[in-house]
Design a protein around this ligand. Structure first.
Ligand code: PGA
Length: 260
């Protein structure tokens, strides 16, 4: 794991944006896995700015989102479809046909999940998967005890996760119980995982992810098995890490060619 600790979320988001931009410049047909939530919002702002001001071209990029609520139409203001269009896709030049988000309204969930996996495969696999992290260590909507080998499927949310989403749906009782999410095995297959975590409330989950034992009870520990997992943190999210000084030293002393 590479741990990059930045003073705040603004600088962390800039580092993450540079990693994504470098990939897109080196590989215009890159496949990017996107996440929703509060955490990647600044990253997306940076990507939009780079597209406008630095001619960062997304027209050949293919995208796959991590997850979507079951029973929530794409046009619903709290769907992840709406989120992605509001914060990113409406401001970039990715053709609609290259954008993939699980269909939460499908009549056949297993078939939709199977096709999602097939679409990722036929696109050549995901080059970089952007990730947030839940306070319980979930990645996507892979809640604790999700199998490390899991693929795209239906999952039932924990009460904590529904509580976290309550504001977006005008109350916890309105938050759907079920979602379609890429599995931990799907995420593990991506060539790079780029996880962002900001704020004190993520500190415990981050400490368990980086320095804890591998366990399905903390799904994000699966990243210990990934050959290229990069975690971009602010100081607060890094505040429970025992080896924070070491990670900072490593990052500050990387050879230029290795820097992001
Ligand atoms: P957040 O959500 O970015 O809104 O904190 C992250 C997650 O639950 O995966």
């Amino acid at each position: 794991m590479e741990i990059i600790i930045q003073p705040d979320s603004q600088q962390g988001s800039q580092v993450a944006a540079r990693i994504v931009a470098r990939l897109v410049r080196e590989k215009p047909h890159a496949v990017i896995g996107f996440a929703t939530g509060n955490t990647p919002l600044r990253l997306y702002k940076n990507l939009v700015r780079m597209h406008r001001e630095e001619a960062l071209d997304f027209s050949h990029v293919t995208t796959f989102n991590l997850d979507e609520y079951v029973g929530v139409p794409a046009a619903h203001p709290s769907s992840f479809h709406s989120y992605m269009w509001a914060h990113l896709f409406s401001q970039l030049d990715i053709p609609n046909g290259q954008i993939h988000i699980p269909d939460g309204m499908t009549a056949d969930i297993p078939a939709t999940c199977r096709k999602y996996e097939e679409a990722i495969k036929s696109a050549g696999g995901i080059d970089v998967q952007i990730l947030g992290i839940g306070t319980n260590g979930h990645l996507g909507f892979n809640e604790p005890t999700s199998s490390f080998a899991s693929r795209t499927r239906i999952k039932t949310l924990t009460e904590q996760t529904r509580l976290d989403a309550a504001a977006a749906f005008g109350g916890q009782e309105n938050v759907p119980s079920q979602v379609i999410t890429m599995g931990l095995g799907t995420i593990l297959d991506s060539r790079m995982c780029l996880l962002l975590a900001f704020g004190k409330k993520k500190a415990r989950a981050i400490a368990l992810t980086v320095e804890g034992s591998l366990t399905a009870s903390v799904p994000s520990t699966v990243l210990q098995l990934h050959p290229r997992a990069v975690l971009v943190l602010d100081k607060d999210a890094a505040s429970d890490l025992k080896m924070a000084d070491y990670y900072t030293w490593v990052y500050d002393h990387k050879p230029d060619w290795q820097k992001s």
